[in-house]
Structure formats: structure tokens, C-alpha cells
Design a protein around this ligand. Structure first.
Ligand SMILES: [Mg+2]
Length: 192
């Protein structure tokens, strides 16, 4: 198998944190209990992370830009405190009808991160709870994991219907990070 870049793209809502829909204040945001510990285990093995998140609540007028920034500052701080290297939080603020190139399953956010941090996408991985995460990842040749938290269980059915198969489906973020741990351990990984 080809060498893999040790970069993992993470969806936000439903993957890192419960998703009540259009989180508009820091008070509504909390990580799943296993989020930071799962990621810090991988961080100790040299993995880096980038968050890629659709936030159409901005375009819909349901989320204020400054509140979103506060939430992302909180996430960045929590990652830093847990020793988890975060390359960036890439967000799409557009409405699905805007036809932008960054709303997943479009890959603009991945491309931006790739340009900024010289990431070989075809050897990186993505974890998300949506078919859009899997679709975006697969279209860039990434290892794509679906997590059954958030909308994941429903999305698993949707993926079967459209005939798109994730590389792995896990019940939790911990399941997915454990899978990636093993995958990368058995693959010739390129260290920087
Ligand atoms: Mg999600």
C-alpha cells in the first residue's frame, strides 16, 4: 500500500460534538466524552488534524460569525491543552443553494488546507458522520471513515443507497481512530 500522510480531517458536528442543529453559542457546544482522549492518542503517534465543517447557519442568519469564532477558539484551545496538533479549522459559511465550492461534499476546504500545509490528500484520512464527508474524502482518494454518532447511522443507509462505501464505519470516534491507528501502523508512513 502507498505511504500515508499522517493528517486526519475531522468533521465537527456529530463527529467531535453532539449536534443539536445550528449551534449558535459556546454554551451549546460540548465535545463527546471520548473526543479529546481519542485524538490525543493519535497525536502521540505523530498525527495532525484539520477540522472541516459546513456551517450554513451563517448564511441562514442563525449563527453569528463572532459566536462561531468563539466556539472555534474554544476548540483550538482544548486541542492545544490536550497536545493535539490542529492545522486549522476550515469552515463553509454558505447556503446549500449558493453553489459554492467549499460546502462538503465539495472539496474546497480540503484543497485549501492542502495548499496551506502541503498535505497530500490522497494519502490522508477523513472522519465524519455524514455521507458528504465520505463523498468528499473518497473523491480526493482519502481513507474515509463514517462514524455512527450524530447522523451517522442514517447516513450509513444513505451511503448504501448511493453505492458509496466508506473504508470503515465505527460506532464512535474512538473506534475510527483505533482503525486508523492500525491502518497506519501496517502501512509505510511518510514522516515529515
Ligand atoms: Mg457532521
Amino acid at each position: 500500500m502507498k505511504a500515508l500522510d499522517k493528517v486526519i480531517f475531522l468533521d465537527r458536528d456529530g463527529t467531535l460534538n453532539p449536534d443539536p442543529g445550528y449551534i449558535s453559542s459556546i454554551k451549546q457546544f460540548k465535545f463527546y466524552p471520548d473526543t479529546l482522549t481519542s485524538l490525543s492518542t493519535l497525536a502521540k503517534l505523530g498525527f495532525k488534524f484539520a477540522i472541516v465543517t459546513n456551517q450554513s447557519g451563517i448564511a441562514r442568519g442563525l449563527i453569528k460569525e463572532e459566536e462561531l469564532e468563539k466556539i472555534h477558539e474554544f476548540i483550538s484551545n482544548q486541542f492545544a491543552q490536550s497536545g493535539i496538533p490542529l492545522l486549522g479549522i476550515y469552515k463553509c459559511p454558505h447556503h446549500p443553494k449558493d453553489g459554492c465550492k467549499c460546502r462538503k461534499p465539495e472539496t474546497g476546504l480540503f484543497d485549501e488546507a492542502s495548499r496551506q500545509h502541503d498535505i497530500n490528500l490522497s494519502s490522508a484520512a477523513v472522519i465524519g458522520d455524514s455521507s458528504a464527508d465520505v463523498e468528499a474524502g473518497k473523491s480526493k482518494g482519502m481513507v474515509a471513515c463514517l462514524v455512527r454518532t450524530g447522523r451517522g447511522s442514517e447516513e450509513e443507509i444513505k451511503l448504501k443507497d448511493i453505492g458509496l462505501e466508506p473504508d470503515y464505519v465505527g460506532d464512535s470516534l474512538l473506534d475510527c481512530t483505533s482503525f486508523l491507528c492500525e491502518l497506519y501502523a501496517t502501512t509505510d508512513v511518510e514522516d515529515e
